[in-house]
Structures are given as C-alpha cells and as structure tokens.
Design a protein around this ligand. Structure first.
Ligand SMILES: [Zn+2]
Length: 128
C-alpha cells in the first residue's frame, strides 16, 4: 500500500506500509492545524512516543525571551521508526486519546542514529 498524500511535504515518507487506523499515511486520520518539531524522550508505550519541544517565550516586562520546554504524548504509527533522541516532525490531529492529539509525520534523524552507532563500534575495536 502506497503512502497517502497528507498535504504536507515530507522529505522521507514511510517506505513500509502499516494497518494502523491512526496513521496519516495508511489510516483514516487527517492532519490539520499546527506543525511542530521536537525530540523523542521515550518510546516505551505502544504506538505513542513522548516528545520534548523547546521554544522561546517572550517576557513582555523585560523585553527578553526565556527558554521553555514542554513534553507531550504524540501518536507514532508503526511505519515510522523512531528511537529516543530522534528529532521528529509532528502535526496536530483530532483527539486520538485522552492525552494524544497529534501524530508523528517524519523522523528527521532516520538512518543517522545507525551511522553514529557504527562509528562507536569502530572506536571500541580500535581500543581493543
Ligand atoms: Zn503507516
């Protein structure tokens, strides 16, 4: 099954298919609203990841910005592989569960994590 056009440009759409109804590419969910970027901090739950988002908040009184962050639960369909530390793009959807109302549409670190792991292995061999 080919990935559906979700209306947003995705540089690496999922190569494999899935049968998740809440997948924007293969299921019935529609992405709409705002687009966010964040870093995955947990992948322990099934089809849901925790994402940390850093942003700047303007403090009017001092005319300066302060750094803030928020963590939120984001649905992650099985056709998109993510691991902790990956930078992901996610988009608002309708409410999927009590705490989930957005879905991962792209893993920006896809493939890069493996390269880093390979380099680490080489280092170990060099030391041994
Ligand atoms: Zn899918």
């Amino acid at each position: 099954m080919e990935a559906r056009n979700i209306g947003v440009k995705v540089s690496n759409p999922p190569a494999k298919a899935c049968d998740d109804v809440h997948c924007p590419f293969h299921g019935a969910i529609t992405c709409r609203g705002r687009l966010y970027e964040g870093v995955v901090t947990s992948t322990k739950r099934q089809k849901t990841v925790t994402v940390r988002r850093d942003f700047l908040f303007k403090v009017k009184k001092f005319k300066r910005y302060e750094r803030r962050n928020s963590k939120q639960s984001v649905h992650c369909p099985p056709c998109i592989d993510v691991s902790v530390g990956d930078a992901v793009v996610f988009m608002e959807t309708r409410k999927i569960s009590k705490t989930v109302a957005s879905v991962v549409i792209e893993n920006k670190s896809a493939g890069k994590g493996l390269a880093v792991a390979a380099v680490k292995d080489d280092d170990k061999e060099a030391q041994a």
